[in-house]
Design a binder for this molecule. Structure first.
Ligand code: GAR
Length: 187
């Protein structure tokens, strides 16, 4: 059975959608939700679905054992970043080869890199008068937003769209595609 650990820093709409999608699946299970934000919505959503949670600091993540030991305790075989804003350290990437996925709210390689998350991305896309944006689901490597791309989906940006409108369109794509793309790469 594939056991997924979800890392998230924010409201957790993607995390909850993934939890729901796999809730009756006999081969895939979300075993743990981890967050570096003690007050994040994702923790409440996980608790509502009775998924164990773990809160950690940036130092915990970089220190090699604390977070890794918890993942081992839950036998996690795959890590999904669903709005997670810290960089994944190299030891973790090596421990989970081709098994860490991220979703990014733009069409990488555009609008990626440090500081490019959430509304910052949508604001930049609107400021640059892009006609299209979308989502990218990719493997995680040691550089922000640079791992091999697994899947992209696009949406149009209308002339009068505000960053909030773009966010709504992108969220729609995320909710529609992320769980099935995760399922598609499970061996
Ligand atoms: C999502 O839009 C996700 O693509 C983005 O954060 C949001 C989290 O929303 N991730 C990044 O920007 C990563 N660079 P959620 O907490 O409601 O799932």
């Amino acid at each position: 059975m594939a056991k997924i650990a979800i890392f998230a820093s924010g409201s957790g709409s993607n995390a909850e959608n993934i939890i729901r999608y796999f809730s009756d699946n006999k081969n895939v299970k979300v075993v743990l939700v981890l967050s570096n934000q003690p007050c994040s919505g994702v923790l409440i959503r996980a608790q509502l679905h009775k998924i164990p949670t773990f809160i950690f600091t940036k130092d915990d993540l970089n220190e090699r054992t604390k977070v890794h030991d918890v993942l081992k305790d839950y036998n996690a075989s795959m890590i999904v970043l669903a709005g997670f804003l810290l960089k994944i350290p190299l030891y973790m990437i090596k421990a989970y080869p081709n098994s860490i996925l991220n979703i990014h709210p733009a069409l990488l390689p555009k609008y990626g890199g440090k500081g490019m998350y959430g509304m910052n991305v949508h604001r930049a896309v609107v400021e640059n008068k892009e006609e299209k944006t979308g989502i990218t689901i990719h493997y995680v490597n040691e550089n922000y937003d640079e791992g091999a791309i697994i899947f992209q989906a696009t949406c149009d940006i209308d002339e009068h769209d505000l960053p909030e409108d773009v966010k709504t369109k992108v969220q729609g794509l995320e909710l529609r595609h992320f769980p099935s793309v995760i399922e598609s790469i499970i061996p």
